[in-house]
Design a protein around this ligand. Structure first.
Ligand code: CP
Ligand code: NVA
Length: 300
């Protein structure tokens, strides 16, 4: 069987996502006790900071009987200019899978191309598929299904927004994004989602996106690598804060999601993120269960 990578939500079909979530559910509830990664190692390359991704992959690998290696890109030869292709070929001789968090998505594609083992995208400037998988699992837990649901995205059309577009494309729920002009999601991914049956729309008005939504989602206004733009972005995103008033426009059972880390008082008020509709701690926990299911599926 050829190796399978997970670089984007669209690498999985709807049925594969459903099967993955059944396995993640068994892992979460404790009925799955196998150790399919016994004797295997996951290399984790990080060119950016991380709390959730690093810890959930490391703990998850351990719980499945394997070992995880934390490789800061500053400390391996990759950071001194060793080609990605060479790094991929060498790591493939030692480990069973690579998880990578970096800037340029093309670097992850290149790594996957030259690696003989599965490569998992742990976040790039373009997308964050592991997080959105966990978010979809959280939606299913909280609302039973995403079928027929409306998901709102408020704020930056960033890596998270792009992965939500891919999820809407594969799963067919309605996605409405509210982004200021100039901060829309990736145009190619948007057009592809729209032209392949995804029910996706972009507006500049948060109220329009949130009206009747079952899931309200946001993320930081300046992502990792955009620190120098933080001030300009604070100005551009004025009016895009998810607050209690905006949440009132959503469905009365709506849940609030945020991939974290959050900036309270910027993209979301403390009242919302720490309030009764927030599912952010379940969402963070679900990274562990969903990624374990992914590792047990890909690294066998
Ligand atoms: N949500 C997320 O990926 O968090 P980290 O940056 O802490 O990994
Ligand atoms: N959009 C954020 C997500 C962090 C998990 C970033 O890229 O920094």
């Amino acid at each position: 069987m050829p190796k399978r990578d997970f670089l984007a939500i669209t690498d999985l079909s709807r049925d594969e996502i459903l099967r993955l979530f059944e396995l993640a559910h068994r892992m979460k509830t404790g009925s799955y006790r196998e150790t399919p990664l016994a004797g295997k190692t996951l290399a984790m390359i990080f060119a950016k900071s991380s709390t959730r991704t690093r810890v959930s992959f490391e703990v998850g690998t351990h719980q499945l009987g394997g070992q995880a290696l934390f490789l800061s890109s500053r400390d391996i030869q990759l950071g001194r200019g060793e080609p990605i292709a060479d790094t991929a070929r060498v790591l493939s001789r030692y480990v069973s899978g690579i998880m990578i968090r970096t800037f340029d998505h093309a670097d992850v594609v290149e790594l996957a191309r030259y690696a003989a083992i599965p490569v998992i995208n742990g976040l790039t400037d373009l997308s964050h598929p592991c997080q959105v998988l966990a978010d979809l699992f959280t939606v299913r837990e909280a609302l039973g299904t995403w079928e027929g649901k409306r998901v709102a995205w408020v704020g930056d059309g960033n890596n998270m927004a792009n992965s939500w577009l891919e999820a809407a494309q594969v799963l067919g729920f309605e996605l409405r994004l509210a982004c200021p002009e100039g901060y829309e999601p990736n145009r190619k991914l948007f057009e592809r989602a729209r032209s392949t049956g995804g029910c996706v729309a972009v507006t500049e008005t948060p109220e329009e996106a949130v009206e009747g939504a079952h899931v309200v989602n946001t993320d930081v206004w300046a992502s990792m690598g955009q620190e120098a733009e933080a001030e300009a972005r604070r100005n551009a995103f004025r009016g895009y804060t998810v607050d209690a008033e905006l949440m009132k426009l959503a469905d009365s059972q709506a849940i609030f999601l945020h991939c974290l880390p959050a900036h309270r008082g910027e993209e979301v008020t403390p009242e919302v993120i720490d309030g009764p509709q927030s599912r952010v701690w379940d969402e963070a926990e679900n990274r562990l269960h969903v990624q374990k299911a992914l590792l047990a599926t890909l690294l066998i």
